[in-house]
Design a protein around this ligand. Structure first.
Ligand SMILES: C[S@@+](CC[C@H](N)C(=O)[O-])C[C@H]1O[C@@H](n2cnc3c(N)ncnc32)[C@H](O)[C@@H]1O
Length: 270
């Protein structure tokens, strides 16, 4: 039994199922999903791997990772999400917390944290989650984590709130998050408690967890801010062009923070 408990409002947000269709329902979600697949398929250290999907929710990424031939274990603290993921072919799903993974030392080729880091508002706990991921990763394996960049809430305000669409974002609230990164107890219908980080902070947390020399990738990049993204992502020719350009800019240091999400990945020595 883990000593860690998910904050009540985070658990309630995911129990409500608010994010179930996040990566499929609109162009922004579809771009994030396509880019995560593109990045992970290049970052994973081979085929037929043991992959741990921490914070995997109902298994949107576990499903395609298993279909790609990997043996996937999903860990998530929200039991109702784990129950959905457990029905996916080729996926084992268990309730657990990133800060104390229910896994043996060196038991996976890749440990993915696509969610837990930004829901941990305390730096020491984020480092603890990364150290746990490292503990469970084999030599030669990889630890990869997604974070939300600092500008994401302000970007949402500019795109949706300021345009009059009611997304629950206020001008003052979005500026405060831009300055402080802390989304705690704020605008619960839009999202829930989270910490929005600058890329350099994430790299330093990786280093403090013993994961030196991490590489960083802008997931959606600034094209993710384009209001008419639908047109780009749903047209085959434009989509290919967009995906190729995003590969060109994905690790340009001056552009890492200009993206709603960031992927940071570190390999363990073989
Ligand atoms: C936005 S969802 C991301 C789901 C999926 N991985 C994706 O990329 O779309 C964040 C997930 O992190 C999980 N989570 C939050 N805190 C966590 C923690 N301390 N340990 C593990 N998972 C956590 C939540 O339950 C939720 O399923």
């Amino acid at each position: 039994m883990s000593e860690w408990e998910l904050e009540t409002e985070i658990a309630a947000y995911y129990e409500r199922g608010g994010e179930r269709e996040r990566l499929t329902r609109n162009a922004r979600g579809r771009l994030e999903f396509a880019r995560m697949q593109d990045l992970l398929r290049r970052i994973l250290p081979g085929k037929d791997l043991d992959v741990l999907d921490v914070g995997g929710a109902t298994g949107i990424h576990s499903a395609w990772l298993a279909a790609d031939g990997h043996r996937v274990t999903l860990v998530d603290p929200v039991a109702s999400q784990v129950a959905v993921a457990a029905r996916l072919p080729g996926v084992e799903a268990v309730v657990g917390d990133a800060r104390e993974l229910p896994c043996g030392d060196s038991s996976f080729d890749a440990v993915l944290l696509m969610g837990p880091l930004y829901h941990l508002t305390d730096r020491a706990q984020r480092v603890q989650a990364l150290a746990e991921a490292r503990r469970c990763t084999r030599p030669g394996g990889v630890v990869a984590a997604v974070t939300i960049n600092r500008s994401a809430a302000w970007n949402d305000y500019l795109l949706f709130g300021a345009g009059g669409e009611d997304k629950g974002l206020s001008p003052d609230g979005s500026l405060r998050i831009l300055r402080e990164g802390d989304l705690r107890y704020y605008e619960q219908d839009v999202f829930t408690t989270a910490y929005l980080a600058h890329p350099g902070e994430v790299a330093s947390e990786f280093a403090d967890a013993g994961l030196a020399g991490a590489a960083q990738y802008a997931v959606q990049g600034f094209p993710g801010y384009i209001p008419e993204l639908e047109r780009l992502i749903d047209d085959e020719r434009l989509r290919g062009h967009l995906m190729e350009g995003l590969r060109v800019i994905e690790s340009e240091p001056s552009l890492l923070g200009a993206s709603n999400h960031l992927l940071t990945a570190a390999g363990l020595p073989a």
